[in-house]
Design a protein around this ligand. Sequence first.
Ligand SMILES: NC(=O)c1ccc[n+]([C@@H]2O[C@H](COP(=O)([O-])OP(=O)(O)OC[C@H]3O[C@@H](n4cnc5c(N)ncnc54)[C@H](OP(=O)(O)O)[C@@H]3O)[C@@H](O)[C@H]2O)c1
Length: 261
Amino acid sequence: MSQLADKWVLITGASSGFGAATALGFAKQKSKLLLGARRLDKLQATANAALQAGAGEAHVHVLDVSKTASVETFVAWAREKIGPSAMLDVLINNAGGALGLDTVATGKDDDWETMLQTNVLGVLRMTRAALPLMLKNPGSTIINIGSLAGRVPYEGGAVYCAAKAGERKITQSLRLELNGTGIRVSSVDPGLAETEFSVVRFKGDEERAKKVYQGTIPLVADDVAEAILWVASRPPHVNIDEILIKPTDQAAIHKTYRRLK
Ligand SMILES: NC(=O)c1ccc[n+]([C@@H]2O[C@H](COP(=O)([O-])OP(=O)(O)OC[C@H]3O[C@@H](n4cnc5c(N)ncnc54)[C@H](OP(=O)(O)O)[C@@H]3O)[C@@H](O)[C@H]2O)c1
């Protein structure tokens, strides 16, 4: 039996992309899933697919990580689902994304605030709320989803890069703060991956989103999900601090091979 069987796994942003693929990955290991995001219909579709794939349980609840009240309601619901005799085993802070590619000179307050609210404050809020469900559970794991953008800046990415650099520092601080508890803290940092990420970034402009991946072979959500599952399934004394995972075509943030005619 898989060591992830019957483990309680909470995933934010499980309605699409990495979050949905990760939910399916844990489902195949017979984990019990607590899934959150804002779009309940998509979240429910993930849960249905997870149950089909073998999840021990799969529950959904609306979650907006940019709002403290929503996070607290969600975690209170998760606590009830887990029950008094069990604890949370894996917390995956995945919800997030980018908005626009504006330079600092032309950036919009709303975009900046949303990026910082979800990618930075969302991780902090979720972790603060969920930690009481993990503190007496050595071997449990917090996995934050960072980005290549948190390590290397690019033009038009100032706020998203800052947000993911923030995620990186939160992950590193948390690992220090939790030292001695047995809780592992990791960051999985993908490069170019084709999900709904670019459609969201370009506010529904699918043509513009497609161009991001044109002529190149990007990561897909399952590639990142596999890395997340691997991190969560190491023995309890092993902490994978960070994983940088890029497509072979992406040698660096400014050097992506494209088969253009
Ligand atoms: N794709 C890439 O190239 C790439 C590379 C590196 C890192 N990342 C990071 O990976 C994570 C997942 O992105 P993805 O590529 O899988 O993109 P995606 O397909 O757009 O998924 C993003 C997920 O986050 C959720 N979300 C967004 N804002 C939220 C909020 N305020 N509250 C709760 N959930 C929220 C979305 O659900 P709802 O809209 O239903 O709320 C969705 O489930 C993000 O943190 C992203 O920054 C992506």
